[in-house]
Structure formats: C-alpha cells, structure tokens
Ligand binder design. Structure first.
Ligand code: GLA
Length: 424
C-alpha cells in the first residue's frame, strides 16, 4: 500500500525504447530540502507590516521557547521588505531602509549567528502580489543579490503576475529563476508559489522547485462553507486538494499546503477568517505534518499560549513530517465525515490520523490489514498527542475521536509473542 509511489517511478524508468525516444529535458533539481522546510513566515500574521526589529524579536522568541530547536529554522520574509511599490521598469529592487535600517546582509548574519536561516520573497512579474517591485527581466541580478545577502530560501510568487498565464509560460519563469539561483552559487531552497494552478505539482520538481503551493491562499478557518470571498481555501479544502497529490512529492520536492494558521485565532492583520478552535488547529497541524507539507508557522511566535506552543512543538508529530522516507500521507479510508489517513515511515511503522470531520464524537477504527495493506499479526499503538502507549493488538484498533479532532497514532509491527489488549 505505502510503497506504490516508488514502484510507479521505477516502472516509468523501465519503459521500452520507443517510449523513451524523446529525451526528457535535464532536471534542474538542486538536491536541497531532503525533508520539508520548517520555520516561520511573516505573511499570515503581519502581511507587509514587517521590519528588522519585528524579525529579530521573533527569532529571539523562537530561540527562547524551543521552537528553533524543534526544527523551525527558516525565518522567511514575505512580501513587503522591498523599498518601492510600482513596476520594476520604474524602480530598482532594494530593501526598505526604514523597515530594515541595517540591511538584509545584517539580518542574514543575525539569523545565521542564532541558528536560523533567512528566507526572502519576490516574483516573476513587474510587481508582486502586494504591489512591490518584482524581478521581471532581472532574475540573474536578483538571484546574485539574494546570494550576496546570505539568503537561504526564496519564495518566488507568480500567483498575481501570472494567474492566467499558459502552463508553458509559468514553467519558463519558474525555470528561469531556478537557473539564476543555481548560477548564484549559493544553496537556496526554492519555493515556486503558483497557488495550485497550471498543474504545478506535475512539473515543478524538475523545474528546480523544492516546494510549490497546491492551492490558493489559506484562510484562518477550519471548515468555512464554500470558499471565503470565492478564493480562499480553509484547512479541509486544502487537505482535500493536496492529499490526492502525494505521488508528486518526496525528498527535495514537496507539496506545500500553505503556511500554518495555528495560533492566529482570527486576529491576523492580513488573513481573512474567523479563527479555529484549539482542537481544530491541532488537527490542521497534524494533517500538514502527515502530508509532508512544509511547516511554516504563521502566527506571532512572541505571544503563543501554552496550548498552541505545545501543538507546534510536538516532537513526535514533527518527526512524522521530517521522516527521511519523505512519503506523504494517503487517505486510506473515507466513510463520509470519518476518514483515515496513513503515512509510511522509514522504519516500517505507519503513522495514522483518524479524522472526525463530523459534529459529534464518533468511534473510529483502523485495521492494519484492510486499511494499510500490512500483513502484521500483532502491532503496537502509540498515541502521539497523549504521548502514551495504548497497547498491543491483533484485531483492528478502535477508539473515540471527538468532533474535528485527528487522533494521531503510530502503528508498529511486533514480532515474537505479544499479549492482546483491548483498545483504550
Ligand atoms: C500571494 C501569496 C501569499 C503571499 C502574498 C504576498 O497572495 O499566495 O502567500 O505571499 O501573495 O503578497
């Protein structure tokens, strides 16, 4: 069940000669991001209201509260660091000297000196989504500049400038920047952000991208009826779109379900949405982790409450996201509002999320044989939110799941003779 992506890839390589007649273009894969990037991005909470002090304070907070050591090392400036609004024809691309008085080399040095990496944002148009100068016509020069500043990650956003552009044009602009980054000589993780259009998951890895958005912008909602303002995707919209695309992701190239909304609580200065409950934010985090999406915190890390910090810091759930096999979760059972997701891990265990999308508590079951295709006689179950062993079983595992909760379980085969427990 969980190995079929690999088998599909090997089959593709073994096509008979005639099917290989047209040689594929050389891949631009850069070997970076073997596991999904983790960090913090300025956009979801602050929009373009960012500055040097704000960034420094967030890094200091993440170093002090353990988030950096939990793996969140990319500190990504999103739109709004640039000096000028308006087209590139009319303005150079420069850092805003009022917002960033010491400049970006200084900020990158600060990040590196404190165990972080620095990310930056631009786009292939004359202007970016928020109306600042873009990189069009200056890709090589900008990539060199980012490298000279010591940047480690680039979000290159074509959502606004190339919204309705044909796929070939989008491919060309993504590749152009990939080549420019390569020529810069600095390893820079590359996010080609195209809001889930132009079937980007099918080709972006070979165009040099390390991750790409699978949907439009996230809203701060778990399950908003329809799409807010006929555009935004809530958590369940994003999940339903992205979970079908797992075969396109793996080490070095990831489906990006968008930045996390955990902890925004409807108070973002930028995002639409009314916020979600603690349980819903935890479910969102769990599913992004299992889907092997980048985990970029969007909330203000200076003012997280204890529950939110616990959600974002769960090392057992983060380990699923960062598992070296890099296999995204699949939906293995769908009984309407009760769904089971599973992610195969490098050590042979399987991580499972029992998701209750309904409005009442429900009993949910996972069967290693029927749902996971595993021929295990006995298996062990660990609950990764309660940090508790639930026992050893030789029958399907059943438990209660409250409304909008995802119970995250680790199932591990047991060899030798184990006792049989009843589910807790
Ligand atoms: C687009 C992207 C967002 C953000 C903004 C910045 O909407 O999808 O993630 O980067 O642009 O303007």
């Amino acid at each position: 069940m969980f190995r079929h992506y690999v088998i599909a890839a090997l089959t593709a390589l073994a096509l008979p000669g005639s099917a290989q007649a047209a040689l594929p273009e050389p891949s631009l894969r850069n070997g970076l991001a073997p596991t999904p990037p983790m960090g913090w991005s300025s956009w979801n909470q602050f929009g373009d209201q960012i500055n040097e002090q704000l960034l420094v304070q967030r890094m200091d907070a993440m170093a002090a509260d353990g988030l950096r050591d939990a793996g969140y090392v990319y500190i990504n400036l999103d739109d709004g660091w640039q000096r000028h609004k308006g087209t590139r024809k009319d303005h150079p691309l420069e850092v805003d000297p009022v917002k960033f008085p010491h400049g970006l080399r200084w900020l990158a040095d600060y990040a590196h000196g404190h165990g972080f990496k620095l990310g930056i944002y631009s786009g292939p148009g004359q202007t970016t989504c928020a109306g600042y100068t873009g990189s069009e016509g200056h890709e090589a020069e900008d990539a060199k500049q980012f490298a000279a500043w010591g940047v480690d990650h680039l979000k290159y956003d074509s959502c606004c400038s190339h919204k309705d552009a044909p796929k070939t044009e989008v491919q060309a602009i993504v590749k152009k920047m990939a080549l420019a980054l390569r020529a810069s000589g600095r390893p820079i993780v590359y996010h080609a952000c195209h809001c889930g259009w132009a079937d980007i998951w099918q080709w972006a890895a070979d165009a040099g991208a390390n991750h790409w958005r699978i949907g439009q912008d996230i809203s701060d909602d778990f399950d908003y009826p329809g799409h807010r303002e006929k555009y935004y995707f809530d958590v369940l919209d994003m999940l339903d779109r992205g979970i079908t695309l797992g075969q396109h992701a793996g080490p070095g190239h990831w489906n990006d379900f968008d930045m996390l909304i955990v902890g925004l609580n409807g108070k973002s200065q930028e995002l639409v949405g009314a916020g979600a409950s603690n349980v819903e934010y935890r479910t969102h985090f769990s599913l992004w982790a299992l889907a092997a999406s980048p985990l970029l915190i969007g909330a203000d890390v200076r003012s997280l409450d204890a529950y939110t910090l616990e959600t974002l810091s769960n090392q057992e759930v983060i380990a699923l996201n960062q598992d070296p096999l890099g296999q995204p979760a699949e939906k293995v059972r769908d009984d309407g509002s009760l769904q089971v997701y599973a992610k195969g891990l490098a050590n042979g265990s399987v991580a499972v999320a029992l998701l209750n999308r309904g409005s009442a508590t429900a009993e949910m079951t996972v069967s290693p044989g029927k749902d996971l295709g595993e021929a295990w006689k006995h298996y062990r179950v660990r609950d990764l939110w309660r940090h508790a062993e639930l026992g050893e079983f030789d029958i399907p595992f059943t438990t209660e799941v409250i409304s909008h909760e995802a119970r995250v379980l680790l199932l591990t085969p047991v060899t030798g003779h184990p006792p049989t427990d009843t589910p807790k």
